[in-house]
Design a protein around this ligand. Structure first.
Ligand code: PXL
Length: 272
């Protein structure tokens, strides 16, 4: 059985980070080993969330796994909350990611803005971590902070390709920009494989509302599908389709919540 180690926080309520990564990796048939960086009562879009930092435990957890002889078929990092956690993510990759797919989702920003608690300096640290990845999957806002370029609200295909080449120059073999659209009613991900000097675009129908946590669902699906043996472009398509269906099912529910999507009800797409 394939085994993935994923490092991100536990937002107890809010349907993001580990509370979506774990079930999605399981649904795709992979064992999910978790390195939880912090426990929050909710994700940071809520007011007044609690926060318990687990940084002090992380190196001991990694050391124990090493002693036990654990190996992993992929290393996947998501939301990381501090410079020290970036260092520990680098150590996790050095310890367990050699010759294995390393997927870094540089969760830190959306809609032109950094999330609460992040700084442009942190984005520089994240850019350095991205050098250790095989695949990175930022949205356009995260890409602009990683590259220290202005955020482009509108763009054309040439601009997207230029950003992707710059992202790949940070070090990863594959850079994927999520949330890319060129035509109303569609939304998808544009990728660049530096080793083949090849671009690809996979998209689906755009839902009328956007929700929190969908980036984590997207990256978890990508990781699980790749570990299962899907080709990169197929894994990207599945991730787009699964997020789209999760939002569709959310909107179909009367009085649905606004903090996350009904990814649970779309899970049949992953177990098939
Ligand atoms: O979905 C990304 C994410 C993960 N974890 C926490 C967050 C966010 C986004 O805001 O706040 C704690």
């Amino acid at each position: 059985m394939k085994r993935v180690v994923t490092m991100q926080d536990i937002s107890c309520a809010g349907k993001c980070s580990l509370t979506v990564a774990l079930p999605i990796l399981s649904a795709l048939g992979a064992e999910a080993v978790i390195l939880p960086t912090a426990v929050l009562s909710t994700h940071t879009m809520f007011q007044g969330f609690t926060f318990h930092d687990l940084t002090a435990d992380l190196r001991a957890i990694i050391a124990h796994w090493k002693k036990e002889g654990f190996t992993f078929d992929a290393v996947y990092t998501g939301y990381l909350g501090s410079f020290e956690q970036l260092d520990i993510a680098a150590e996790l990759i050095d310890t367990f990611g050699q010759g294995k797919p390393v997927i870094i989702d540089p969760c830190m920003a959306d809609n032109g803005k950094l999330y609460t608690g992040f700084s442009p300096e942190f984005a520089k640290g994240m850019a350095k971590l991205c050098a250790k990845a095989n695949i990175i999957c930022p949205n356009m806002t995260e890409a602009s902070f990683l590259l220290d370029i202005p955020y482009a609200e509108s763009y054309d295909e040439d601009y997207v390709k230029d950003v992707l080449k710059k992202l790949a120059a940070l070090g990863p073999e594959v850079a994927i920009l999520t949330g890319i659209t060129f035509r109303e009613g569609t939304l998808g991900a544009y990728g660049y494989d530096r080793t083949k000097d090849a671009f690809f675009y996979r998209y689906t129908e755009e839902q009328i509302e956007h929700f929190h946590g969908t980036g984590d669902i997207w990256a978890s699906t990508l990781t699980g599908a790749l570990v299962k043996g899907c080709a990169l472009e197929d894994a990207v398509q599945l991730a787009c389709d699964y997020v789209c269906e999760s939002i569709r099912l959310t909107l179909a529910e009367e009085n649905h919540n606004t903090y996350g999507v009904n990814f649970e009800q779309a899970m049949g797409m992953l177990t098939k």
